[in-house]
Design a protein around this ligand. Sequence first.
Ligand SMILES: Cc1cc2nc3c(=O)[nH]c(=O)nc-3n(C[C@H](O)[C@H](O)[C@H](O)COP(=O)(O)OP(=O)(O)OC[C@H]3O[C@@H](n4cnc5c(N)ncnc54)[C@H](O)[C@@H]3O)c2cc1C
Length: 384
Amino acid sequence: MKVFDVVILGGGASGLMCAAHLNRHSDLQVAVIEGNTKVGAKLKISGGGKCNITNVDVRPIHFLGDEDLIKSTLKHFSKEDLLRLLERHGLEPVIRKGRYYFCPKSSDEIISILKRLSGKSKFFYNEKIKSVSREDGGCRVQTDRGLYQSRHVVVATGGASFVTLGASDIGLKIAREFGHEIIAFAPSLVGLTLQPEQFWMKALSGVSLPTRIRVDDRVIEEDTLFAHRGISGPAVLSASLYWHKGMISIDFLPGQDILRLCGGQKKQISTVMNLPKRFSKAFLEHLGMTDKPCNRLSSDELERLKQLHEYRFAPAGTFGFSKAEVSRGGVKSDEIDHKTMQSLKVEGLSFIGEVVDVTGELGGYNFQWAFSSAVVAADGIMRR
Ligand SMILES: Cc1cc2nc3c(=O)[nH]c(=O)nc-3n(C[C@H](O)[C@H](O)[C@H](O)COP(=O)(O)OP(=O)(O)OC[C@H]3O[C@@H](n4cnc5c(N)ncnc54)[C@H](O)[C@@H]3O)c2cc1C
């Protein structure tokens, strides 16, 4: 049996940051157990290989979960703290679209910093975590290759999406074994499939446009991408976070008023819409209209055109876990100490990152959460 002061389960974003923080500020003996042959599989492929690290606007409104926990965690290790740490170690992220922080060249830049900073930890690769139990005043971890004993175990095993990258729901199983309440994982930040009435969008595969999507009381302004299976792109992915089987509404021409644009014009409707031709054609057809000069539109047609700003429908489902960037749900946060991320049921057991019931929109929010919660847990362990 191997004995350590801290055993971290999972060498992803949160596990690496937790190990790095413990190594930088303490002499605790830290082990990281990882099922893959390398750490940071999701960091590596994220953001198209450039890792969208965080966002210019990191406020709780961009997350789903316990607002108090999110607020205190993001305050403890903020976006500014993260950027300062990375800059101190030679990484100056670039801002894209005025809001998203990315690695300038490749996600390997952030992975290599986290690996370097967690270098004092002992890494165990290719080892599948099976269970955790309470023994001898600490926690015992059983893997498919051995046993570990430690006073502190940090569950950083992430969500269930992208099984091909090593994802599993072991974190939820561990939580459940200890009597924690959990919310089952559901695919999130994922494309949405369509009902037959919306199949007209399928013909638009490859077209992308700026949109404003409303789901319940949330409004997302970003691009929507039409795909063969349904709708995707940044706006839809973020909207999927808040979507629970109901209506969504899309404004395909945000910030403008189609009726004002048309007002008595001799120009064709498709010209004043100024949207990709394939879209205007398919949309007008769907409304049962033909393209014609605006001044020849009947009042009924003008009424139908308003749908361009409020196209309401109920998506059929999602593209599923294999395409989802994150899993919504996780270990319920009211049974976690907000100041330490430690379980309120089991001494010495903490939960960080995606396994906790906190999920961010698209745009770097999930890494920020993974890093911030990791630092809160590491500081909590050092205080204990
Ligand atoms: C394609 C894609 C792109 C993304 N892009 C972004 C982005 O640009 N910005 C952003 O903020 N977020 C992005 N995300 C989300 C982000 O990757 C996750 O939210 C984040 O990695 C969560 O960190 P974590 O440490 O909780 O989990 P992970 O980083 O997933 O780490 C969990 C680790 O635990 C290991 N593990 C799991 N089960 C076991 C087991 N039984 N035994 C041993 N090891 C196990 C896994 O192999 C993994 O290494 C993206 C996700 C995907 C899938």
